[in-house]
Design a protein around this ligand. Structure first.
Ligand SMILES: C[S@@+](CC[C@H](N)C(=O)[O-])C[C@H]1O[C@@H](n2cnc3c(N)ncnc32)[C@H](O)[C@@H]1O
Length: 178
C-alpha cells in the first residue's frame, strides 16, 4: 500500500502541468442579450447538425442556444479561465457535452475549417486581427455574423439593425459569406 502511494506520488510529480493559454485580450467580457443571440443565429441561417463557433464565448450563451434550440454542434473559444469553467459547467448541467464544448484558448490560434457559422462580438481593431485567421482557415460558404462592429475590409451581404433589444439598446448585425 505504502509502495503504491509512493508510486502514485512519483507519477503525479512527473505529470506535465498544462500552462494556461496565452493570447491578447481582444475585447472585454460584455454579453450579447439573449434576444440578440437568437437574431444572430437566425441571420447566420444556422441549421441542425451544422457546426457553429463563437469567437470569445463568454458565459457560453451563444454556444448553448446554438446547441439547445438549433440542434447545432457548437464550440466556443474563450481565454478567460473563469468564463471557461463557468460555461463548461453550464454545458454539463444542461447535458450538452456531446454537442457543445468550450476551448480554453486564443481565438487567433484556432482552425475554423469545419465551421458552417461563426459568431463574433469583438472590437473593430480585434475584428481586423481575426480576419486573416478566418481568411486562412474557413471553407467557402461559411457564414460569419458580427455583432455591432463590422469586419473591416469585408462587405456584408446583409446588415440588420434591431432598434431596441427590450432594454432600450440598439444592435447592428453584419452577415458575411466567404
Ligand atoms: C464582448 S464578449 C462576447 C461574449 C459572447 N460571445 C457574447 O456575445 O455574449 C468578448 C469575449 O471574448 C473573450 N476574448 C477576448 N480575447 C480573446 C482571445 N484572444 N481568445 C479567446 N477569447 C477572447 C473575452 O474574454 C470575452 O468573454
Amino acid at each position: 500500500m505504502v509502495l503504491l502511494t509512493l508510486l502514485a506520488a512519483c507519477l503525479l510529480a512527473q505529470a506535465p502541468v498544462q500552462a494556461p493559454p496565452t493570447g491578447e485580450k481582444l475585447a472585454p467580457y460584455y454579453p450579447t442579450p439573449e434576444t440578440i443571440v437568437e437574431k444572430m443565429l437566425e441571420l447566420g441561417g444556422l441549421k441542425a447538425g451544422e457546426k457553429l463557433f463563437d469567437l470569445g464565448s463568454g458565459d457560453g450563451r451563444i454556444v448553448i442556444m446554438a446547441a439547445r434550440k438549433y440542434h447545432a454542434d457548437a464550440t466556443g473559444v474563450e481565454l478567460d479561465s473563469d468564463l471557461v469553467t463557468g460555461s463548461s459547467a453550464r454545458l454539463r448541467q444542461l447535458g450538452l457535452q456531446k454537442s457543445a464544448r468550450i476551448i480554453y484558448g486564443d481565438i487567433l490560434k484556432q482552425n475554423y475549417s469545419s465551421a458552417n457559422v461563426i459568431t463574433i462580438y469583438l472590437l473593430p481593431d480585434s475584428n481586423l486581427k481575426v480576419r486573416p485567421v478566418l481568411e486562412a482557415t474557413v471553407k467557402k460558404g461559411t457564414r460569419i455574423v458580427a455583432h455591432d462592429f463590422e469586419i473591416g475590409g469585408w462587405t456584408p451581404v446583409n446588415t440588420v439593425t434591431i432598434p431596441d433589444d427590450g432594454e432600450g439598446r440598439s444592435h447592428t448585425l453584419f452577415l458575411y459569406v466567404r
